[in-house]
Design a binder for this molecule. Structure first.
Ligand code: GLP
Length: 261
């Protein structure tokens, strides 16, 4: 794992967007794994800007999102289908048939999860996966005690997640209690992943996920097993990390990051 600390949330998101853009330019047929949540909105804003101003071309790319709420139709206001359309898909030149999210309103959810894993296989796997982190330590909707080799499946949400995401639904009673999510094992199979966390509310969980022991209680900690995982944080989210000085040195000195400084 590699941790990159940026001054603020905007710069952290810009760095993540530039990493994605670098991948797309190097491999125009890249398969991108996408994430939702408030943190990612800044990343998508930057990618849309790069598409408009810097001719970043998504036409050859395929995308797979991490998760979707159970019971929500793709056009539901709070669905992740809708989130992706609003924040990214309708603004860039991704081919409509190449953007994938699990269908939370499929008649047979187990079959839908199998279909999603098969689609991923057929696409050749994910080149670059974007990740956020929930206050429960989840990646995707892999809540505490998710098997660290799990594949796409249905998962019940924890009270912490319901509390975190209820404001989007206008109250906890209006929010689905289950979701379909790529598994921890699915995420560990991606060739590269980039986790973005910003703000003081993520400081404790980031320190536990990055510097604590690997545990299914914090599924983001399983990323310590990933061969190529970059964690990008702003100063607020980095506040409780012990090795900040080392992480700062890495970004300031390693040749890999030269063009990103
Ligand atoms: C949801 C998503 C997660 C995401 C999290 C972060 O729970 N299922 O994949 O990491 O939101 O949310 P935010 O960026 O709003 O803090």
């Amino acid at each position: 794992m590699e941790v990159l600390i940026q001054a603020d949330a905007e710069r952290a998101a810009l760095l993540v967007a530039r990493i994605v853009a670098g991948e797309v330019r190097a491999n125009p047929r890249a398969v991108l794994g996408l994430a939702t949540g408030g943190t990612m909105e800044r990343v998508y804003r930057q990618l849309v800007r790069m598409h408009r101003e810097e001719r970043l071309d998504f036409s050859g790319c395929t995308t797979f999102n991490l998760d979707e709420y159970v019971g929500l139709a793709p056009d539901d206001l709070n669905s992740y289908h809708r989130y992706m359309r609003e924040h990214l898909f309708r603004h860039v030149n991704l081919a409509p048939g190449k953007t994938h999210l699990p269908h939370g309103n499929a008649p047979d959810l187990a079959a839908e999860c199998r279909r999603y894993e098969e689609l991923l296989q057929q696409a050749g796997g994910i080149d670059l996966q974007l990740l956020g982190i929930g206050t429960s330590g989840h990646i995707g909707f892999n809540e505490p005690l998710s098997a660290l080799r799990s594949r796409t499946r249905e998962k019940a949400l924890t009270p912490a997640t319901v509390k975190q995401n209820a404001p989007y639904f206008g109250g906890e009673d209006k929010m689905p209690r289950r979701a379909l999510t790529m598994g921890v094992g699915t995420i560990l199979d991606t060739r590269r992943c980039v986790l973005l966390a910003t703000g003081a509310s993520k400081a404790e969980i980031i320190a536990r996920a990055v510097e604590g022991p690997i545990t299914s209680m914090i599924t983001a900690s399983a990323l310590q097993w990933h061969p190529r995982c970059t964690v990008v944080v702003d100063e607020e989210a980095a506040a409780q990390l012990q090795e900040k000085e080392y992480y700062r040195w890495i970004f300031a000195n390693e040749p890999e990051w030269e063009s990103y400084r």
